[in-house]
Ligand binder design. Structure first.
Ligand SMILES: [Fe+2]
Ligand SMILES: [Fe+2]
Length: 208
């Protein structure tokens, strides 16, 4: 296997660093495939719910798909809990960091904050404040995160729901992570796309 010549960074020459740059680009281009492998491992992540963590993610993404959501939303919904495996105490931020270069800022922000917004549904039962999300009230994406949690995330614990399989979402994940990172036309700071598109939802229902 070809490698660089140096053993300390300071000794590398241009040829070494151009070679490494190519290696990095090739490796980064496979991130979508690696994320799908990690998603599969969610099947055996934390238990206790009536559905596995993988099923929860599939159910969240399926609900997004059936609501007519666009690819950025669907892939964000699919990956929103991928941090459960390696970052259980910051799982929302972990997922947001993965998504940030490749989806709309609106989706990244929603995924980053979803952990706090989900508390609205269970914190009271634990004697805690369910409304800490209010500190984000002035954020332009506040309502999007409320809707993400209300319509997709907090509902996705139903063992009888018929989720689409992971294979269905593979092309969507591949599409998102094949994008050029931090492309302004993708990130679109400040832009808000509705989570629900009734017209698209109807078309998808008819095609199913
Ligand atoms: Fe979560
Ligand atoms: Fe979730």
């Amino acid at each position: 296997m070809q490698t660089v010549k140096f053993r300390k960074l300071i000794d590398g020459d241009r040829e070494d660093y151009e070679f490494l740059e190519e290696c990095e680009i090739t490796y980064a281009s496979q991130v979508g495939a690696r994320l799908l492998e990690t998603l599969e491992k969610l099947e055996s992540a934390m238990s206790g719910f009536q559905v596995t963590r993988l099923e929860h993610c599939l159910q969240t993404a399926t609900r997004a798909w059936r609501d007519g959501a666009d690819t950025d939303w669907v892939v964000s919904a699919l990956l929103h809990d991928i941090g459960d495996i390696h970052s259980p105490y910051d799982h929302d931020e972990y997922a947001a960091l993965i998504l940030r270069p490749f989806v709309r800022e609106q989706c990244t922000w929603t995924v980053k904050q979803h952990g706090e917004f989900q508390k609205f549904y269970y914190a009271k039962q634990m004697g805690k404040d369910p409304n800490t999300r209010e500190r984000h009230r002035d954020n332009p994406y506040f309502d999007d995160c409320v809707e993400f949690c209300e319509c997709w995330d907090q509902q996705a614990f139903d063992p009888e729901y018929q989720s689409l399989p992971l294979d269905f979402f593979r092309p969507h994940v591949a599409e998102v992570f094949a994008r050029a990172p931090y492309n302004e036309a993708v990130i679109r700071p400040g832009a808000r796309k509705p989570l629900v598109d009734q017209r698209v939802a109807k078309l998808r229902l008819q095609a199913a």
